[in-house]
Ligand binder design. Structure first.
Ligand code: FPP
Ligand code: MG
Length: 261
């Protein structure tokens, strides 16, 4: 036991020093302004621990709070997280119900969370919100209203989100304008389409991180990630550490420097 204690404290010392040196390196180059995250692997993580999937999602939620602290703390301005895809509606109703409660409670808690107020984080829900239970929509719109003038950081939470659906919705709204005669087809350009996307006119993600070893974009921010750097890591979402985020950012910076030459 004593030996284990010794080795684990040596390991955590090494880890801390590595974190510190990465943090110093990161300060030397431009940061990604917008980081988007596909939080994957909650259930596999739960299985590893021999706990329920619901517990895995709860641990995922707790880790998300820490992740946001790390991200905003190093100076990332915009974070977009993929919490529930349109595909996820095919899961068992009990899992969907658990997740929807978790989202509603999280939006409710957010209004009372001093980190949101202190750091002036604006929160927005993006997705086909009409597919969501009333409780989630209500809690989200309260959080959006409460944070609407916060301008230091932005958090987009994608729930009932699908990239193709987002583009389809934009096409439908644009077509209606054309039909009404309020929009000339010649005037449809990239900027205009962006205005009709759920994300609106914000900068595209510079970096998309996906956890759990899967290497797919899975219908996330299809339009917006056209030029994003993609970073995949094997770690399951509830197990992600600050070191993983720093490694992803450093990797992004190295790629940017290479392309800049
Ligand atoms: C993917 O793991 C995760 C989800 C579908 C849910 C994501 C939700 C959270 C991280 C909870 C907190 C979020 C908010 C906004 C409060 P998975 O279920 O696909 O697991 P698997 O890939 O191992 O099967
Ligand atoms: Mg998954």
């Amino acid at each position: 036991m004593a030996k284990q204690g010794f080795f684990s404290s040596v390991l955590s010392g090494i880890r801390e020093r590595y974190e510190q040196s990465l943090l110093e390196d990161i300060k030397k180059d431009p940061l990604p302004r917008h980081v988007a995250v596909i939080m994957d692997g909650n259930r596999r993580f739960a299985r590893q621990l021999n706990v329920s999937s619901d517990k895995g999602h709860l641990l995922g939620k707790e880790r998300l709070e820490e992740f946001l602290d790390w991200a905003y703390d190093i100076g990332i301005k915009i974070v977009t997280v993929y919490a529930f895809s349109t595909e996820n509606f095919k899961r068992d109703s009990s899992e969907i119900e658990y997740l929807m409660n978790l989202y509603a409670n999280s939006f409710n808690d957010l209004v009372r969370d001093e980190r949101i107020t202190k750091n002036r984080i604006r929160v927005r829900l993006i997705g086909k919100t009409e597919l969501l239970p009333e409780a989630v929509r209500l809690a989200a719109s309260r959080a959006e209203e409460y944070t609407k003038n916060f301008d230091k950081y932005l958090l987009n939470v994608a729930i009932a989100y699908g990239g193709r659906e987002e583009i389809l919705d934009a096409i439908k709204s644009i077509s209606k304008e054309v039909k009404k005669g309020t929009l000339n087809p010649e005037d449809i350009d990239e900027k205009l389409i962006e205005r009709y996307l759920y994300t609106g006119e914000i900068d595209d993600p510079d970096l998309v991180i996906r956890t759990s070893g899967e290497e797919r974009i899975s219908n996330f921010l299809l339009w917006q990630s056209a030029y994003s750097e993609l970073y995949f890591t094997d770690v399951y979402w509830p197990d992600i550490t600050k070191l993983d985020l720093l490694k992803a950012v450093r990797d992004y910076q190295k790629r940017q420097r290479r392309y800049g030459k």
